[in-house]
Design a protein around this ligand. Structure first.
Ligand code: UDP
Length: 314
């Protein structure tokens, strides 16, 4: 297959690229590099089956070669990033998704949308199943991302139902691993970066809010299986290993041997910060025979090592 991945120089996009190349497919990566980084694809320079195109996918996409699958992963995705780029975030979810769907239509390609657990907002159902419609404030600070992805899902299903386009929707839960940006503001790079610099670890609010952190290789496997399946309804991909942010900070502190402690920053609690998040993954298990394989204790050490290298080389 020839696969086009938007957001191809991002954290997830670059790992997906590696996976498709390993399976001997050709990959075209498209990225405008506002939050992606060529460092993530530097190892692919000269690879005969890889092409990189620097382009903003909110502008018209044209490729003369045949494309068999379009994977739409372009978007700022951390709260700090999408608050910095609110309009780009809305545009890439709306116009970018429209262009990517149009490209898939023109090529007769399969289309896969990277959606998010954020479509559930601050959930009133726990754990979150795919049939839960969510609790999102359209004009809250996270609305720019949440609503962009909700619109992107609606558009994807409209192309599926109206045009019979072969589509997939993955709802991605918190994912971490090497190639995350140290300064993307998320809890994983923030806390590991602080620990490695000998600074106190900042926990927002009371630290009792929960997240479920899945390792990047599990996500890549889930996305790959979903693309190869024939299932067009949304599928949650995430781990069920849920913990409070305070527990997560303690984990990082012990693993890194950080002596600087943890500070609770009650005032830094972000408005609209979801209080709980854990996927119900029965659908992924039933449809894709997928379940997460990597525990936090296994996934954190290579992630810490990656950030250590970034810090010492910068
Ligand atoms: N958080 C924190 N300290 C930080 C960064 C984030 O306590 O330095 C909290 C944040 O308030 C949220 C959780 O960690 O409750 C996860 O935040 P993140 O930005 O990683 O992503 P989210 O899951 O909210 O999209």
């Amino acid at each position: 297959m020839r696969v086009l991945i938007t957001g191809g120089a991002g954290f997830i996009g670059s790992h997906l690229t590696d996976r498709f190349l390993r399976e001997n497919h050709c990959v075209i990566g498209v990225d405008n590099l506002i939050t992606g980084n060529t460092r993530n694809i530097a190892h692919l320079v000269g690879h005969e089956k890889y092409t990189f195109v620097r382009q903003d996918v909110t502008h018209y996409l044209y490729f003369d070669k045949q494309i068999d699958a379009v994977l739409h992963f372009a978007s700022p995705a951390s709260p700090v990033d999408y608050l910095k780029y609110p309009i780009q975030t809305l545009k890439v979810g709306a116009l970018g998704t429209h262009n990517a769907l149009g490209l898939a239509m023109a090529k007769g390609a399969r289309f896969l949308l990277a959606s998010t657990s954020e479509v559930y907002g601050d959930p009133l159902q726990h754990p979150q199943r795919e049939d839960y419609a969510g609790n999102v404030d359209p004009i809250g600070p996270r609305g720019v991302y949440d609503e962009a992805k909700r619109y992107a899902e609606a558009l994807t299903m409209a192309y599926h139902r109206q045009h019979g386009l072969d589509t997939r929707i993955v709802r991605i839960f918190n994912t971490y691993g090497p190639r995350m940006r140290l300064d993307d503001g998320r809890v994983v790079p923030n806390l590991i970066g602080q620990a490695l610099r000998g600074e106190p670890l900042t926990v927002y609010g009371d630290g009792r809010q929960t997240r479920s952190f899945q390792y990047i290789s599990d996500l890549v496997e889930g996305v790959y299986r979903l693309l190869m399946s024939d299932f067009s309804e949304p599928v949650n991909i995430g781990t069920t290993e849920e913990m409070s942010i305070l527990d997560f900070a303690q984990h990082v502190s012990v693993l890194t041997g950080s002596g600087a402690g943890i500070v609770l920053k009650a005032d830094d609690r972000v408005v609209g910060d979801p209080q709980t998040r854990r996927p119900d993954i029965s659908r992924a298990k039933a449809v894709l025979n997928w379940s997460p394989q990597v525990t936090l204790s296994e996934g954190l050490p290579p992630t810490v090592e990656y950030f250590r290298q970034i810090l010492t080389s910068s």
